[in-house]
Design a protein around this ligand. Sequence first.
Ligand SMILES: [Zn+2]
Length: 54
Amino acid sequence: MSFEWVSYFHCRNCGLAKSSVDIPYDRLGYAVCPACGVTTGPTVRKVTSELPAF
Ligand SMILES: [Zn+2]
């Protein structure tokens, strides 16, 4: 039973999905998208009214 937990980075800006081992991180530990350079916080959640209205 070998199971490797691979987390994936998914850029919210350009939509890039990549194995997180290939993703560079800035000095704050945020993932930096190699395609567009946007930093993405690991579990940062801004609770705003971004959800689409159903
Ligand atoms: Zn991106």
